[in-house]
Write a protein that binds this ligand. Structure first.
Ligand SMILES: Cc1ncc(COP(=O)(O)O)c(C=O)c1O
Length: 388
């Protein structure tokens, strides 16, 4: 099917098929909309997929990150080390927990938090490392575990981009003390809004589950199903972070659709790799043997050798009907972080370099090849081929 030239190329539209729609309708007709049997099924299926002993479904990755910190009693006076090249939620949650986010620079090739930089940022107050699998590229899990073990730290992985990722043969979701996934609308697996926390610890899972439902002892489904007593106890002041069955209805089928969507992502990725190879753009680094890249973001750096400033190229592509995004403008230069923690340009030069030049190109699990070629052709018309 050919795409007329005027059809906009969307950035990352969700892929919702008849199975998702039928399951949502069934959930609507079941008479139970909130956390119930479909959430339970989704948690079981996701735990099996990720190789984690426990999975707790939540209403966002932000909620998962927040509750992970609380589960390990990280709070006032504590520090957590993370990447400045991430979405604000990764660091915001540390502040919500009462802790201080400490940034360390990324690796210049992978754009992931560099384990040695993270190690150098550790102090006597550090309690956790939060590496982020940027764009779906797995961090070196073993290296972070070594840093954490040497200093008795917790590892919480921000796997918002990395449902399908593998690090040195180990499935992301099964490697950290807690791993936090996002099912936001643009993510590789979407429930509209949503998230999942996986953990090897039954104690952490129980805390997170209870904390996601106000800190009460029996959730609504248990009270309904078991009939009998309507009573519950408040064990501690929790949050309203639970996932609904309506969302899990989507998630169950999104999980089954991963192979087909991955095949599409891989195809678009190959077209970009091939079509942009001779342009003076920095493309995503190759993936090491033993790793699986989740292919969430195809981000390129717009070197001045292209003749373009990043934002001008974003505007040019938008005019051509091609939606792009910026992942990410470094957190330490956003007003709140800059002012509150007295952070300045020059502190994390590798992350700043990416922040200044990065564009994420359209990529989705249903994106046809001809849309990818259109992106390539538009870029090739705009940017002169590398001559050296
Ligand atoms: C790296 C990263 N971490 C965390 C989040 C937060 O995810 P959610 O929107 O599910 O809370 C996002 C969202 O885009 C993200 O990109």
């Amino acid at each position: 099917m050919s795409v007329p030239a005027q059809t906009p190329v969307r950035f990352a539209p969700p892929v919702i098929g008849p199975d998702e729609i039928a399951e949502v309708v069934a959930a609507l007709e079941s008479g139970w909309l909130s956390t119930g049997p479909r959430v339970k099924q989704f948690e079981t299926a996701f735990a099996a997929y990720s190789g984690a002993p426990h999975a707790v479904a939540l209403n966002s990755c932000t909620a998962a990150l927040h509750l992970a910190l609380l589960a390990f009693e990280i709070g006032g006076g504590d520090e957590v080390v993370t990447s400045p090249l991430t979405f604000c939620a990764t660091a915001n949650v540390a502040i919500h927990a009462g802790a201080t986010p400490i940034f360390a620079d990324v690796d210049p090739d992978t754009w992931n938090l560099a384990p040695e930089a993270a190690a150098a940022a550790v102090t006597s107050r550090t309690r956790a490392l939060i590496p982020v699998h940027f764009g779906g590229r797995a961090v070196d899990v073993a290296a972070f575990r070594a840093v954490a073990d040497a200093r008795r730290l917790v590892v919480i992985e921000d796997a918002a981009h990395a449902v399908e990722a593998v690090s040195a043969g180990r499935k992301i979701g099964s490697t950290a003390d807690a791993t936090c996934f996002s099912f936001y609308a643009t993510k590789n697996l979407t429930t509209g809004e949503g998230g999942m926390l996986t953990t090897p610890s039954a104690q952490v899972a129980t805390f997170v589950r209870t904390a996601s439902q106000h800190g009460i002892s029996r959730d609504g489904w248990a009270r309904y199903r078991e009939a009998g007593s309507p009573h519950y106890d408040v064990l501690f002041p929790g949050f309203k972070y639970n996932m609904m069955d309506l969302q899990a209805a989507l998630g169950l089928h999104q999980l089954r659709g991963i192979p087909a969507r991955t095949a599409r992502r891989e195809s678009v990725w190959r077209i970009y790799d091939e079509g942009l190879a001779d342009l003076p753009l920095v493309r995503p680094a190759p993936v090491p043997a033993g790793d699986v890249h989740a292919r969430h973001l195809y981000s390129v750096l717009v070197d001045p050798a292209t003749g373009w400033e990043r934002d001008a190229l974003v505007a040019h592509l938008a005019q051509a009907g091609i939606a792009t995004s910026v992942h990410f403008r470094v957190l330490h230069l956003h007003p709140y972080y800059r002012e509150r923690y007295r952070l300045t340009r020059g502190m994390f030069p590798n992350a700043e370099h990416v922040s200044d030049q990065v564009i994420s190109l359209p990529l989705g699990g249903g994106m046809p090849d001809d849309e990818a070629w259109r992106v390539v052709e538009t870029l090739r018309r705009a940017i002169p081929v590398r001559t050296r």
